[in-house]
Ligand binder design. Structure first.
Ligand SMILES: NC(=O)c1ccc[n+]([C@@H]2O[C@H](COP(=O)([O-])OP(=O)(O)OC[C@H]3O[C@@H](n4cnc5c(N)ncnc54)[C@H](OP(=O)(O)O)[C@@H]3O)[C@@H](O)[C@H]2O)c1
Length: 182
């Protein structure tokens, strides 16, 4: 059965970005390539993804030069819903749906588009929390980097009861997969 998964990298103290949205602590580190938590295997099983506006704009900034020309292609073949109340940077060729619809509505659209494959909540942490609030989050997969930040954008700013299904070293990271306990 299709799962809705929050798959992300986090610092040891539970932040997925610095206060000013930097991922410098992540981009310099090398994840492992093997095992059941491998990104390539994960993304193969994903049929639709969603993200918040700041995550989308970070990817846009990272993939465009100062003149606004794309330096990297949009990485996903799957349809992607971008949650926002505002117009967002255009990305010709990317299958993007900017939406301010409710999380349950978007979840239903994602399920319909995913063809039985999993849904990926890319982030941020509060958006994953909104899926949790609606009982629509099944798993949390984290790649834990050996670094602390002290402050930043939180991994999952909610109380969530989780059960660890697997964990292992993965390159410089510890990879862990949890199911949400309902
Ligand atoms: N470590 C990792 O692997 C990883 C993974 C993902 C993200 N990140 C980073 O983490 C940071 C996350 O930023 P963030 O915490 O600000 O979260 P975010 O979810 O990326 O962006 C939050 C924004 O999304 C929009 N939004 C959220 N929920 C919405 C809803 N229900 N309806 C409509 N719009 C909604 C709002 O934008 P509007 O004001 O436009 O309405 C809100 O201000 C980013 O820097 C990103 O690059 C890191």
């Amino acid at each position: 059965m299709a799962r809705t998964v929050f798959y992300t990298a986090t610092t040891l103290d539970g932040f997925i970005a610095t206060d000013d949205h930097s991922l410098d602590w992540l981009m310099t580190r090398v994840p492992g390539k093997d095992g059941p938590l491998d990104y390539a295997a994960f993304i193969d099983g994903v049929g639709a993804l969603c993200m918040g506006a700041n995550t989308y704009e970070w990817i846009h900034r990272y993939s465009h030069d100062a003149a606004g020309t794309a330096t990297e292609a949009w990485a996903y073949a799957q349809p992607c819903w971008v949650f926002s109340h505002h117009e967002r940077s255009a990305w010709p060729g990317a299958d993007l749906r900017v939406t301010a619809a409710s999380v349950p509505e978007v979840h239903a659209e994602m399920v319909a588009a995913a063809g039985g494959r999993d849904l990926w909540v890319v982030g941020g942490g509060d958006l994953a929390g909104q899926f949790l609030d609606h009982g629509l989050l099944d798993e949390v997969i984290v790649n834990i980097a050996p670094v602390t930040l002290g402050s930043g954008k939180p991994l999952l700013p909610r109380r969530a009861e989780l059960r660890c299904l697997e964990s292992m070293p993965s390159g410089e990271f510890i990879a862990a997969r949890y199911e949400v306990v309902r």
